[in-house]
Design a protein around this ligand. Structure first.
Ligand SMILES: [Zn+2]
Length: 405
């Protein structure tokens, strides 16, 4: 007897379930019902077991889970192409920051933006992500920096969830940098973060992130924030080891971070310490590319130590204005030495784990959300080979067809 399901996709030349590696099934099929994956397997098997209300023949095409972008600063206002142009003439990132440019420029524009401005901006870019098959996007606050404007950003992220089918994950990044009005009184800003913002924003943000870096937050300040965020039950994440090594990896162990992000500069000892934790290493090669860094994250050494590696766009107006996860996947192959199988894991299962969402997204396992991408390509190597081409043809989120504009 056949079981009726909402959707049956059949004859995919390759189906990647991402269960135990790629989980590659040739002539693969997926059965979807009530927004969830019911079964995956060979077409001949699933056709005997299920009858789809809608049937899609995916002959010559590839099916994967929806991609997960686990590190973005997607919500911002304005753009900084002038700053980029001066960097091309030789100015460096930290000197631009010290002159009140860089991130503080974006903070000023976000403070002036209305919630409607932010939502409109967010929807435009989320749609761009969707056209690249990204069905789950993490979005950080961190361009408001004071109570009212951080709240405005987090509320805009939750409002965005009402307008898009994509799964959005909000992360509080009040500890991104010190706002100019608090430059001389960092203790006061720390008090604001720890005593007011973190407790009050718990309902609006699932995770807490911070920027451990010269000119941003020190090791002691990072520890205060992590201590407080942990006691409030936030998932913990940290930008660390991008431009300097300030001891962030030891904190990853002490506070059981979900992820440590950037990791462009890592000593052998730090890699060993990280291997003793459950943290995901989130690599952001788009930022290394755009900042013309000489250091690229040591992906091979991390993978050799069995550290789960995820990749993300780090989409932001300063160091990685790249809304295209496929480009990052290509950078990972060429600049980080990652293999295609590892890259697919990095933008699905491992990225889901970096968001603590691996029970519901990231792979095609019965019971998980039916977030699927149909790629007009016969196998999973095509995006690396025909670099620059977007093969995404159809996207489903929760089993529903998402409209690509
Ligand atoms: Zn970032």
């Amino acid at each position: 007897m056949t079981q009726p399901v909402d959707l049956l996709i059949t004859h995919a030349s390759q189906l990647l379930t991402m269960e135990d590696g790629l989980g590659l099934i040739e002539d693969g099929a997926v059965a979807v019902h009530n927004g969830k994956i019911v079964a995956t397997g060979k077409t001949s098997d699933l056709e005997k077991r299920f009858v789809g209300q809608e049937i899609i023949d995916a002959s010559g095409k590839t099916i994967t889970p929806g991609l997960v972008d686990c590190h973005t600063h997607l919500l911002f206002a304005g753009s900084r192409e002038q700053e980029f142009a001066s960097r091309l003439k030789g100015a460096d990132y930290l000197s631009i920051l010290q002159q009140g440019g860089g991130i503080l420029n974006t903070v000023e524009q976000v403070r002036q933006a209305t919630p409607a401005d932010l939502i409109q901006h967010g929807l435009k870019w989320l749609n761009e992500f969707l056209t690249h098959g990204v069905t789950c996007v993490e979005i950080k606050s961190g361009y408001g920096l004071d109570y009212a404007n951080e709240k405005k950003m987090l509320e805009a992220i939750s409002a965005l969830s009402e307008y898009t089918d994509q799964h959005l994950v909000a992360t509080f990044l009040g500890a991104h940098t010190f706002p100019k009005e608090m430059k001389e009184q960092p203790e006061k800003q720390m008090d604001e973060l720890v005593k007011r913002m973190l407790p009050d924003f718990r309902e609006l943000a699932e995770h807490c992130d911070l920027f451990l870096e010269k000119g941003a937050f020190s090791l002691d300040q990072a520890e205060l924030i992590l201590e407080c965020a942990q006691s409030l039950g936030y998932g913990l994440k940290m930008h660390t080891n991008q431009l300097s090594q300030l001891g962030g990896i030891a904190l990853a162990k002490k506070y059981q971070l979900l992820s440590v992000d950037h990791l462009d500069i890592m000593s052998a000892e730090e890699i060993d310490t990280l291997a003793e934790t459950d943290a995901v290493a989130v690599l952001l090669p788009g930022a290394s590319f755009f900042l013309k860094e000489s250091a690229w994250a040591p992906a091979r050494k991390l993978i050799d130590k069995r550290i789960p590696v995820a990749l993300a766009t780090d989409f932001n107006p300063g160091s990685s204005p790249c809304p295209n996860l496929h480009f990052v996947m290509n950078l990972a192959v060429h600049q980080l030495g990652m293999l295609p199988d590892e890259v697919w894991q990095a933008v699905t299962v491992n990225a889901a784990r970096a968001l603590n969402k691996n029970d519901t997204i990231g792979s095609l396992i019965p019971g998980k959300y039916a977030d699927l991408v149909l790629w007009d390509m016969p196998n999973h190597l095509h995006p690396f080979y025909y670099f620059g081409k977007n093969f995404v043809e159809k996207v489903w989120v929760n089993g529903r067809y998402a409209h690509l504009h």
